[in-house]
Design a protein around this ligand. Structure first.
Ligand SMILES: NC(=O)c1ccc[n+]([C@@H]2O[C@H](COP(=O)([O-])OP(=O)(O)OC[C@H]3O[C@@H](n4cnc5c(N)ncnc54)[C@H](OP(=O)(O)O)[C@@H]3O)[C@@H](O)[C@H]2O)c1
Length: 246
């Protein structure tokens, strides 16, 4: 994989995936909202072996700017990219979501609607050329609604289901869609979450994402054991689940 767009490129997880591809000499186009952070990431990736690194800044919640991102990325590579990784996100305050609908919708836009917009736009570009890989970081939180984080969970659930439909829609055209479902990862996003033995490092998850992108898998839980944890979580009857305060 040599021509890769990374959207939300300053995410701790995305940086680790980018480092993996930089070592392989890939050409990378990084998109993030913070100019200084994305420039620092670009310089680091060049030192690590990336063939070329381009950057673009955008608040990715602004869906009206997404077409321009696609155009800029095609211009950078001189063609439709070989792969796109969509990695940005926020961890909303669930309690605030329950009393402030503007905040809740803004957070849903960031984690759900805007991600869907980018998948659609890059999906259509790749459909036209008949190749490519779209990888999106969803979450195990999207597998079942829980009282403690259902705004985030429902946005990720929308991303998971949309990516599944897109995968089916693009299959015959030769385009792959990889849905990535991490469990707990120790990154700035979870800095206030008490740590437990299930936490993975950003490096471990970032490298697993690179492997999943290269192999073109459909759905990948990272680390793998979350597949089995979520099988159990999903199998609990709703009548019991709603009493568990999870
Ligand atoms: N950490 C976990 O436990 C965990 C678990 C499951 C899934 N995930 C998912 O993994 C992905 C990466 O998260 P992470 O853990 O690596 O966290 P992170 O290091 O905090 O990265 C989040 C990134 O999203 C960017 N971002 C947020 N809102 C944005 C916006 N409106 N426009 C542009 N960029 C925006 C942030 O940009 P700034 O740097 O400018 O703030 C930051 O680079 C997210 O999709 C997250 O939901 C994380």
């Amino acid at each position: 994989m040599k021509n890769i767009v990374i959207i939300g490129a300053t995410s701790a997880i995305a940086i680790e995936t980018a480092k993996y591809f930089a070592k392989e000499g890939a050409k990378l186009f990084l998109i993030a909202r913070n100019h200084d952070k994305v420039m620092a990431a670009a310089n680091d990736l060049l030192v690590r072996g990336a063939a070329q690194v381009g950057t673009d800044t955008c608040d990715l919640s602004n869906i009206q700017d997404h077409q321009q991102i696609v155009t800029n990325s095609n211009d950078f590579f001189g063609s439709v990219p070989e792969a796109v990784l969509i990695a940005y996100g926020t961890l909303p305050e669930q309690k605030r979501c329950e009393s402030d609908s503007n905040y809740a919708i803004q957070e849903f836009t960031t984690n759900g609607t805007s991600v869907i917009s980018l998948m659609m736009l890059f999906g259509e570009e790749m459909r036209k050329v008949g190749s490519g890989t779209i990888a999106v970081i969803s979450s195990v939180a999207g597998d079942r609604g829980r009282g403690s984080n259902y705004l985030y969970g429902s946005a990720k659930g929308a991303v998971s289901l949309f990516s599944q439909g897109l995968r089916n829609s693009l299959f015959k055209s030769g385009v792959k869609v990889v849905t990535i479902k991490p469990g707990f990862v120790d990154t700035p996003m979870t800095k206030d979450v008490p740590k437990n033995p299930l936490f993975a490092t950003a490096e471990e998850v970032g490298v697993s994402i690179a492997h999943a992108m290269k192999s073109g898998k459909n759905v990948v839980y990272v680390p793998f054991f979350w597949k089995y944890i979520m099988m159990i979580i999903k199998s609990i009857p709703e009548a019991i689940f709603k009493k568990l305060s999870l």
